[in-house]
Design a protein around this ligand. Structure first.
Ligand code: SAM
Length: 344
């Protein structure tokens, strides 16, 4: 990974239309790299050598999270500084004083931001697709599950009713319908994130404070009525380990939400191919990815199934935290004509 590539990515992420608390950090990294900041270059070199399989967007996000974790008061102070030169000087000071701690976190963790609303679209797609399936015998796995809430949220009507009204599809809000699940698994690589780490992955802003409160509310509801779920530590880039997991667990349907953007572009197709080859029929795979590697607002949702070579390009969601609007993409009508949804 070259500094030029990282600078470009930082500048693109720094011009994201929504500012939820990280944009100033990315702008500053872009500026620092343009100035050939020795501190930034040194830190990035160390981080790249410990994590060569991170995409540029993920590496930069993770460094921001690590700075926030190591010196929680540093980013607000940096943002308050009056000039960009002063902001860069403060960031360089943090790197000089805490570089090894930042690099250690980057070497051992990932961005595990977990969204409380990201189960909404999978709930609708899976319940529509499996509407005619009569027995509760499906196994579902959420790959790159983060805190592991999505596998427990599926079929939780209380959470669905709490969040679904804020995500409006072209025809309205989909009516809640259960999925015939037998088991629901969560997969992530170690160390499994805990709530404290996930909190660090949330940006520092009122917007994120509200989303984090929703996450805590979700955990409270799940403690009472969440379905049971098993968690598995598997590195999705370890093809042999992933294949063993899929063979041992006979997974019929899977979900990858905000995961592919974290791994290098050339590994993404292989991961999707392994999942498609090794899942049991119908091998339904929902892939939700931020638009343009986190540089544009919202996300796109694609659905793969066995017997169809190309994915259904299903819809786009206006805010990647699954609020706002769901808009049809090219294959929306074809998919939902076969698998109808009833709207409120
Ligand atoms: C941004 S979080 C998304 C969490 C959740 N899917 C959501 O949408 O709210 C991405 C997750 O993917 C996981 N991940 C990334 N690369 C992985 C890999 N190679 N193997 C297993 N998990 C991975 C990370 O550990 C992280 O928890």
């Amino acid at each position: 990974m070259q500094f030029e590539q990282l600078e470009l990515t930082a500048r693109e992420m720094g011009s994201h239309p929504q500012d939820h608390g990280w944009r100033g950090f990315f702008q500053l990294v872009g500026h620092g790299l343009a100035r050939s900041s020795a501190e930034l270059r040194g830190l990035l070199t160390q981080c790249i050598s410990s994590q060569p399989h991170h995409s540029p967007a993920h590496l930069l996000t993770l460094i921001g999270i690590a700075v926030k974790t190591v010196r929680p008061e540093a980013l607000p102070a940096i943002y308050r500084a009056p000039t960009v030169e002063e902001r860069l000087r403060l960031l360089e000071e943090v790197i000089r004083n805490h570089g090894p701690d930042i690099a250690r976190l980057v070497a051992t963790r990932r961005n595990s931001f977990t969204g409380a609303r990201r189960f909404l679209v999978p709930q609708t797609i899976l319940s529509a697709f499996f509407a005619r399936h009569r027995t509760d015998d499906l196994t579902f796995a959420d790959f790159g599950t983060g805190l592991g809430i999505l596998p427990r949220q599926l079929n939780c009507e209380t959470l669905y009713r709490a969040f679904a009204p804020d995500l409006v599809w072209e025809e309205g809000v989909p009516r809640f319908r259960p999925i015939p699940l037998r088991s629901s698994l969560g997969v992530d690589c170690g160390p499994m994130p805990d709530l404290e780490w996930v909190r660090s992955c949330y940006g520092s802003s009122d917007y994120y404070a509200e989303l984090f409160a929703e996450l805590v509310f979700t955990l409270d509801v799940l403690a009472e009525e969440g379905r049971r779920s098993r968690f598995h530590q598997v590195d999705l880039l370890d093809r042999a380990a992933l294949t063993t997991f899929l063979r041992d667990n006979a997974v019929h349907a899977g979900n990858l939400s905000y995961v592919l953007y974290e791994i290098p572009p050339d590994a993404r197709a292989d991961l999707v191919a392994t999942l498609r080859e090794e899942m049991r029929p119908p091998g339904l795979l929902i892939v939700t990815e931020p638009r343009a590697e986190l540089t544009r607002q919202g996300c796109d949702v694609l659905v793969y199934r066995q017997g169809r070579r190309e994915p259904y390009r299903l819809c786009t969601v206006s805010d990647g935290h699954f609020k706002g609007k769901v808009t049809a993409l090219e294959d929306y009508r074809e998919f939902f004509a076969r698998h109808p949804v009833t709207f409120e």
